[in-house]
Design a protein around this ligand. Structure first.
Ligand code: NIG
Ligand code: FE
Length: 403
């Protein structure tokens, strides 16, 4: 039987469906790349087991994890910066001295496409081994048209070679490259007039992102990038309110942003704009932890407003050199007081929505067979303990994968 028709059956399994934990042990049947049925174990009709491959009993089933914010493709390392920060130099200070993101830009420009691919592959394999079936990968360390496209090509190729769906985001407006020093508007011209059109023409970007911050670009500059993205039919996202409150989130939301990410300094007006626009709040506890930030994102207010919260690794060489999605579940709970259910929804249904896949990241009848089965007793246990090796089975588009 070809994999496309394989019927698989899990018995007596606890299901976290992407939004909540189902109240009873379930029997789940998948047929090829679709979830065919989900029934409570006590209502299970043994006749429907006919022809099914038995996949086992017990454990917890979740949708495949969605890591909706990463910078997995980069050259070099920033271990030296890690040490400098431990000695008290701030992330902003390092950036102002031309280190930080710009040091990764130098290494990424120097690296060949092949070298970038070889370096990124094990990082992505680490995410896959921890349950990820959809991952977003941003550019943003090239900062020339050619180097940004090079990064996006590597991201696309990773998705062709590995069993994971890769969504690409052009982050040309990530930092001001040295050749545009004192001419940040000139650089934004390049992003809007050349980079976005080139990435769109080659079909290399699924979305466009900006870094709206004092050490990066102003709200007005980011708005120009949003307008250029719109002109090319590309959805937008924003790194905003990470280190200060500039109001970038509200402007991004007014442009219909899929998400605003980081948002530690987000205020009431920003939350209202997000609610209005239906934007997803992407919480990045890895960057908060690594940079030893103290300003908490306004979790209670977001919850109150009903703004969906996603959780992602932000895996990158500087602010979050952390390549373990289930660690983020733990950090989202311990640092930000998300409930384990909220954290899990943040890495499944809401993570999918942050990438424009509203309604995905679910285990329900008709859903794509992107699933994980974990050797834990309850969904909360995934956030509770930080323990590699708990992924028992992973299915990507109906294929049982082992990485
Ligand atoms: O999401 N905030 C800006 N960009 C990245 C950091 C990238 C880096 O430090 O290399 C982030 O934290
Ligand atoms: Fe980021």
């Amino acid at each position: 039987m070809s994999n496309a028709q394989t019927r698989r059956l899990w018995r007596d399994i606890c299901v976290f469906d992407g939004l909540c934990t189902l109240p009873e042990p379930m029997a789940v049947i998948t047929e090829g790349d679709r979830v065919a049925s989900l029934v409570a174990m006590r209502d299970f009709d043994e006749a429907s087991a006919q022809g099914c491959q038995e996949m086992g009993r017990g454990g917890v089933m979740t949708p495949g994890l969605v890591d909706c914010h990463t910078h997995l493709v980069f050259g070099g390392s920033r271990a030296d910066e890690f040490e400098a920060r431990l000695e008290g130099v701030s992330y902003e200070e390092i950036a102002r001295r031309g280190g930080g993101i710009l040091s990764t830009v130098t290494a990424t420009r120097e690296a060949s496409e092949e070298a970038l691919f070889a370096a990124a592959r094990p990082r992505l394999e680490a995410l896959i081994a921890d349950g990820v079936t959809t991952v977003e990968i941003k550019s943003g360390y090239g900062l020339t048209v050619e180097d940004e496209l090079k990064m996006l090509r590597v991201a696309r190729r990773l998705g062709e070679v590995l069993p994971v769906r890769v969504v690409t985001t052009l982050l040309g407006a990530h930092a001001l490259p040295p050749e545009f020093k004192d001419d940040s508007d000139g650089y934004i011209d390049l992003v809007c007039q050349e980079m976005i059109p080139a990435a769109a023409a080659e079909g290399l970007a699924d979305a466009v992102d900006v870094f709206c911050e004092t050490i990066a670009f102003s709200v007005a500059q980011c708005e120009r990038v949003f307008e250029a993205a719109e002109a090319h039919g590309l959805p937008i996202k924003a790194h905003a309110e990470q280190l200060s409150n500039l109001g970038g989130t509200a402007v991004a939301a007014r442009h219909g942003a899929l998400s605003a990410d980081h948002i530690e300094y987000l205020d009431e007006a920003g939350i209202a704009a997000m609610r209005e626009a239906g934007s997803v709040a992407v919480i990045l506890p890895g960057a908060f932890h690594t940079l030893r930030e103290t300003q908490q994102p306004p979790i209670a207010a977001l919850r109150e407003a009903g703004v969906p919260m996603a959780v992602a690794t932000d895996a990158n060489p500087g602010s979050s050199p952390l390549f373990m999605p289930t660690l983020m579940l733990n950090l989202a709970c311990t640092l930000f007081r998300l409930t384990p259910q909220e954290a899990l929804a943040g890495m499944t249904a809401h993570g999918a929505a942050a990438l424009g896949f509203k309604g995905e990241g679910r285990v329900q009848e008709g859903a794509t067979t992107d699933l994980c089965v974990w050797d834990v007793d309850t969904p909360a246990a995934l956030a509770y303990a930080v323990q590699p090796g708990r992924l028992r089975q992973r299915l990507f588009q109906g294929e049982l994968t082992h990485v």
